[in-house]
Design a protein around this ligand. Structure first.
Ligand SMILES: [Zn+2]
Length: 400
């Protein structure tokens, strides 16, 4: 796909438009000469900053090859997501770093993988070991972050985008945050029971995010003082991610977070594990075997807490809109432009921006009937069945 043109309704302005691109960049965006069919929409491709696995592939397993990663990448693409952070969770440090090295080497063997796996998210082992706060992570493997850990992550990933989730109450965490920021990493706080004062200090040290607010905390919280109030009492200081599956965060809390936080300070993530984009069953997440029912709830057998989600990115947008009782278009940017901006990446439908976007067809009732992705590098089959002629692309990705 060197050049192309497509017509549809702009997801944000709701205006009919004609979008042209060349060599992977949007070259122009102009009013469409004739209105496109109703229900045909164009929106930036989704960006997911926390993906532990997808389409039956668990990124925590050793020995994954390019074919495994491609299955996950193409599954995410079919759900509207062209860029994501491959996420590794708590493990013994040498095993975690060996896995990261191995995955980065596997990614380097394919342009399609390099285009989709935009970087890495390391969630653990610098997390709280307190009950409820460690979630599905093994508390016995938690560590205090040392400068050598951060330097090692930076050395393995070279200049790749890197997001680290850590609990700022751990010893040495503030120094680690300062060092991480100076090494060009993004730091998000999470799996934490830090005091308000410690959260403020972490933010002053360079932390800018809070990972999956409303999760990685006990079911029962002190009504006077808890991690939710401490984060929300400083609106906009930390950009918070939310899992919009209606399961991880209750609809009332989901709405309240949006009211408390300024626009641009909430983004969505699936926190998906292998069961996402795959049928119900038993799936691994690292050393755990998890059970996923038809309700898409991911459980550790015999326990009450959730462990990752089975959410597909495009479904997340529509579930968020349902919870917020807003148009899907207003929820879409929190799963595309907002996480991209948080990482410092380009996104959005504008001349000069990457030509990564979704073409959607909605039913009259506003349900998603068809989704197709344009842009990025894709050599796999991209579903576009049922789309009208103006949505037929000669080649929807750049295949080297
Ligand atoms: Zn987590």
């Amino acid at each position: 796909m060197k050049t192309g043109e497509i017509r549809g309704w702009h997801y944000a302005t709701r205006e009919p438009m004609r979008l042209c691109w060349r060599d992977g960049r949007i070259t122009s965006l102009a009013p469409a000469p004739a209105p496109p069919a109703p229900g045909l929409w164009l929106a930036p491709a989704l960006v997911d900053l926390q993906v532990n696995g997808y389409a039956g592939v668990d990124f925590q397993q050793d020995g994954l090859g390019p074919a495994d990663l491609l299955a996950a990448v193409r599954g995410l693409r079919a759900a509207g997501c062209t860029r994501f952070l491959l996420t590794l969770i708590t493990d013994e440090w040498p095993r975690l770093t060996a896995r990261l090295r191995h995955l980065r080497a596997a990614r380097s063997r394919s342009l399609e993988l390099q285009s989709a796996i935009a970087g890495w998210h390391i969630e653990g082992p610098f997390l709280s070991a307190e009950p409820g706060f460690h979630g599905a992570h093994d508390p016995s493997l938690m560590l205090d972050p040392r400068p050598r850990h951060l330097r090692e992550l930076r050395a393995i990933t070279a200049g790749d985008p890197l997001l680290v989730t850590l609990a700022p109450e751990r010893r040495g965490a503030l120094e680690a945050i300062r060092l991480a920021a100076s090494l060009g990493m993004k730091v998000s706080l999470g799996h934490t029971n830090a005091s308000a004062e410690r959260l403020r200090a972490a933010s002053a040290a360079g932390a800018t995010g809070f990972t999956h607010l409303g999760n990685a905390c006990p079911r029962e919280l002190d009504r006077h003082d808890n991690i939710l109030w401490r984060v929300l009492d400083a609106p906009g200081r930390l950009t918070t991610s939310l899992i919009p599956d209606r399961i991880h965060v209750s609809p009332p809390l989901f709405r309240l977070v949006h009211r408390a936080q300024p626009e641009g300070a909430v983004y969505y993530t699936t926190d998906a594990m292998a069961a996402a984009g795959a049928p119900p069953g038993r799936y691994p997440l690292g050393r755990l075997e998890l059970e996923v029912g038809a309700d898409q709830i991911v459980r550790v057998p015999g326990q009450t807490h959730f462990a990752g989600s089975a959410l597909r990115p495009s479904d997340g947008v529509f579930r968020a809109a349902e919870m917020l009782r807003c148009d899907w278009q207003d929820a879409w940017r929190r799963f595309s432009e907002t996480p991209a901006r948080f990482m410092g990446w380009e996104s959005g439908l504008a001349p000069g921006r990457p030509a990564h976007f979704c073409a959607l067809r909605l039913t009259e009732a506003g349900r998603l009937a068809e989704l197709s992705v344009v842009g990025g590098v894709s050599c796999g089959r991209v579903p576009r069945r049922g789309l009208p002629a103006e949505f037929e692309f000669p080649n929807s990705g750049l295949c080297p």
